[in-house]
Design a protein around this ligand. Structure first.
Ligand SMILES: NC(=O)c1ccc[n+]([C@@H]2O[C@H](COP(=O)([O-])OP(=O)(O)OC[C@H]3O[C@@H](n4cnc5c(N)ncnc54)[C@H](OP(=O)(O)O)[C@@H]3O)[C@@H](O)[C@H]2O)c1
Length: 248
């Protein structure tokens, strides 16, 4: 697999789960990684335990915060070759029971967060693609829910359908500029994802969620690394990755 030495990668939502595992994996391939999320303590402990991972506190829903993170990355490391838009939340539950605020938060983080980071980092990605590596990467983390909406997760699914549509349009627009846009859509993956569901709703479904077949965050991180280590002339547009025993 190609080395990422000399590349600068920004991974959002890197304080736990898939984002943290991706920050570790990209750094192991030689990239300088900016790990961005809100929980500064978790980022600091990641950065202190992995060489080449640097913590940057950032709320992807806050444009000024994203601008500071992108400007800070370029000021400190000179470029952005890879953007992994991973930060996301799934506040699932029956429509008659969840709060409207939960739906708004999912749209803010899962859709606006992706748009904020992409819009602000884009000129740096285009510049990087014109450099010696000959390519730059945006990897957007979608979900199986981005292919099929299910009861209890209609708004989460809507946000991931939006990520897919944005990614495919952007991919076509950026093709001639050599900025690849990949969708990675995981099935059920062990992480802190379910812990954000409202406690009263989670209590009813925790046992069944914990019994479901699940992948590790590292297994999805490997898939993300696969996308960004293809030869410059190869773009992996869309990967759906399920636990073997997950049926839908
Ligand atoms: N786990 C699954 O089964 C599964 C399946 C399909 C898709 N996914 C997708 O995978 C991605 C990662 O989820 P995960 O499973 O690794 O869950 P996780 O462990 O809960 O990680 C979510 C990450 O998003 C960050 N985040 C949330 N709100 C943020 C904000 N406003 N600004 C910046 N960062 C924010 C969190 O950091 P802070 O709280 O520190 O900000 C955390 O690092 C999400 O996009 C999710 O939709 C997960």
């Amino acid at each position: 697999m190609a080395s990422l030495k000399g590349c600068v990668a920004v991974v959002t939502g890197a304080s736990s789960g898939i984002g943290e595992a991706t920050a570790r994996d990209l750094a192991a391939r030689g990239a300088t990684v900016v790990a961005a999320a809100r929980r500064a303590d978790r980022l600091a402990s990641l950065a202190s335990s992995v060489a080449n991972v640097h913590a940057f506190e950032c709320d992807v829903t806050d444009v000024a915060s994203v601008q500071r993170m992108v400007d800070g990355t370029v000021a400190q490391f000179g470029r952005i070759d890879i953007l992994v838009n991973n930060a996301g939340i799934g506040l699932t539950g029956p429509a008659v029971q969840v709060e409207l605020e939960d739906w708004r938060r999912m749209v803010d983080v899962n859709v606006m967060g992706v748009l904020n980071c992409t819009h602000i980092a884009l000129k740096h990605l285009v510049e990087a693609a014109a450099g010696p590596r000959g390519v730059a990467d945006i990897v957007n983390i979608s979900s199986v829910a981005g292919r099929k909406a299910l009861p209890g997760s209609s708004v989460y699914a809507a946000t991931k359908f939006a990520v897919n549509a944005f990614s495919d349009g952007l991919r076509q627009e950026l093709a001639s500029k050599h900025v690849r846009v990949s969708i990675v859509a995981p099935g059920f993956t062990k992480s802190e994802f379910i812990e954000h569901i409202r406690p009263d709703l989670l209590a009813k479904i925790r046992a069944s969620l914990e019994a479901m077949p699940a992948m590790t965050a590292e297994e999805i991180a490997e898939t993300i690394t696969f996308c960004v280590t293809r030869p410059a002339g190869v773009s992996v547009s869309d990967l759906l990755v399920r636990p073997t025993e997950q049926e839908r």
